[in-house]
Design a protein around this ligand. Structure first.
Ligand SMILES: Cc1cc2nc3c(=O)[nH]c(=O)nc-3n(C[C@H](O)[C@H](O)[C@H](O)COP(=O)(O)O)c2cc1C
Length: 202
């Protein structure tokens, strides 16, 4: 099949999000300008560079009651933390995606413990094995077809990396032990647990 964007695809659901998979999930914690903690999952999330390490998450559309909090908070405070979402934390991660008003701390909603960060003020998800402490770099605005919405990519510079000692095997991050969660299309997810090496050609 082929379909031109903007014209009917003839499928029961828009296939686009299934065509770029699997997407890692950045579990973004921030503080509002008033110091209220916020936590939400973003699967339009990825690493962008390594030296220095840079990451991005992309906010899409809007909440029923206004803009999404994560980007608002990052732009107001200049800091965020990405905690890794894992198989074990899948239900809690999902609960933090509910459209809560800014006054609600999603750590409490999901029964998650906060752990203080070292270099930035937003807390991390204690139960997650990997956290990236980030400083806001810039926002890239995208076109948005949703009335009153905002599509925008938030780019951050990673200034601190936490890796729980138990997930290091022979000094390497042990993905099979961590089982990172990743987003597919529709309401589907996958989990990374199979690892195989393949060296780049010289
Ligand atoms: C696995 C998962 C991935 C998500 N990815 C995104 C995303 O990339 N961009 C987005 O705008 N919303 C995404 N959402 C929805 C947000 O998490 C949801 O709108 C949330 O309430 C936003 O919270 P905030 O207003 O505190 O930022 C995702 C939800 C789930 C469950």
């Amino acid at each position: 099949m082929f379909h031109k964007i903007g014209e009917p695809h003839g499928l029961p659901h828009d296939p686009f999000k299934s065509c770029v998979v699997p997407r890692p999930i950045g579990w973004i914690s921030t503080l509002s300008a008033d110091g209220i903690v916020n936590l939400a999952p973003y699967s339009f999330f990825n690493a962008l560079a390594a030296e220095p390490p840079m990451v991005m998450f992309s906010t899409n559309g809007k909440q029923p009651f206004g803009p999404k909090d994560s980007l608002t908070n990052v732009e107001a405070t200049g800091e965020f933390v990405c905690s890794m979402a894992t198989w074990n934390l899948r239900d809690a991660m999902n609960r933090t995606s509910a459209p809560e008003v800014p006054e609600i701390n999603e750590f409490d909603v999901a029964g998650l413990e906060m752990e203080p960060s070292v270099l930035v003020k937003p807390p991390r998800v204690k139960a997650s094995p990997i956290h990236l402490e980030c400083l806001y770099h810039t926002t890239v605005e995208l076109p948005c077809d949703i009335e009153g919405g905002r599509n925008a990519v938030c780019i951050g510079r990673v200034i601190g990396v936490h890796i729980r000692d138990e997930v290091l095997t022979d000094g390497k991050v042990d993905i099979a032990r961590i089982r990172p969660l990743a987003r597919l299309g529709y309401q589907d997810y996958t989990v990374a647990e199979t690892v195989f090496p393949m060296a780049m050609p010289k």
